[in-house]
Design a protein around this ligand. Sequence first.
Ligand code: SF4
Length: 380
Amino acid sequence: MLSTFDSFTKPARFDDLVQSVQHCNLCPRLCSRRKVLSPANGNIEAKVLFVAEAPGRLGADRTGVPLHGDRTGDNFEMLLGNVGWKREQVFITNAILCNPQEDNGNNGTPTPEEIANCSSYLEMVIAMVKPDVVATLGKTALEALDLISPHGIELQSGVARMVPWWDRKLFPLYHPGPRALIHRSVAKQRADFMLLAKQVDPVKGLLERKRPEARPARLAVEQPTALQQAVRAILEMQGKLTFFKLTKLLYLADLQALIALGHTFAGNVYLRQVDGPWLPHLDKELKPMDGFEVRRFFAHKLPMVARGPSPRFGPELDDAVLEILTEVVAKYGGLSNAAIKTTVYQTEPMRHILREERAGKDMRNKPVLYRNKAAGNPEA
Ligand code: SF4
């Protein structure tokens, strides 16, 4: 059967596969349901192929688009968008192509027989798309791949680790559905997607590791500081942003770290400047990253910072710090400069500074936030 498929162009083979699936009646309780395999599954030239569990009742079974139209779909699209990927750049399918609906109308769990029945289609889809990386979403998808070529990986220990599998790579992820978030928080899932995006581009495929020794020694970052790592993590999530917003995101994350962990994550000291809290040494820390992890330029006369072309490190941060950064970027990263400034001015340390200024004190260059203390909160 595969040799027949190989004799046609990829779009023609895909069309044949879609047509043959529509007549499948292998699973008695599922065969009358919609078979979710069509051009809406994504790009057949994609370098990344996602495998989830099954079409959802309110999602793909209704819309015909995998991982779209329900809360699971919303979460997946958020995770994808968070790393700057578009649905059209990847291919998405499921361990079984039909919605396993229970008699009461709720989503059910696919049986081992149904997964085994549909694994031939999954194998054909993967063999045809030829992705560099197959990213599984959840335990069922991971187990379905084991039927195609045994990998012996368990989700809990293997999550977000790239491993060789069936002449390509396998990258296990948790399922983005609301129930799975109990086992893996949104923040951790965002970080997992970031790790995936660091290693593979949906269009170009697996990314080569850059060799630092090929770069001029004067620009090398031997041991990146926690602040440099934090900037790197923010740029991974945001792509590009104004220098102004970068300082405000760092401040909000450090304030959150102060509240949650009892200290700023890099021993940072923020001073009161005209536009709010400012990190005096940020510019100095960015310089050795310029052209590598960071690209600096002007847009509409505003200084900008963007993800650099040849990152040499990280981000490698404590889970707790990464979680805080991820949450802060998700919450405030989309705000305009004016809106994030307002947010920053509404934080307690800045409100304290403003109260002092209203009382006639000169607070310029006074610390707003430092190591384990915040202005207005000396006990912090
Ligand atoms: S789940 Fe797969 S094998 Fe079962 S009926 Fe649907 S298409 Fe056929």
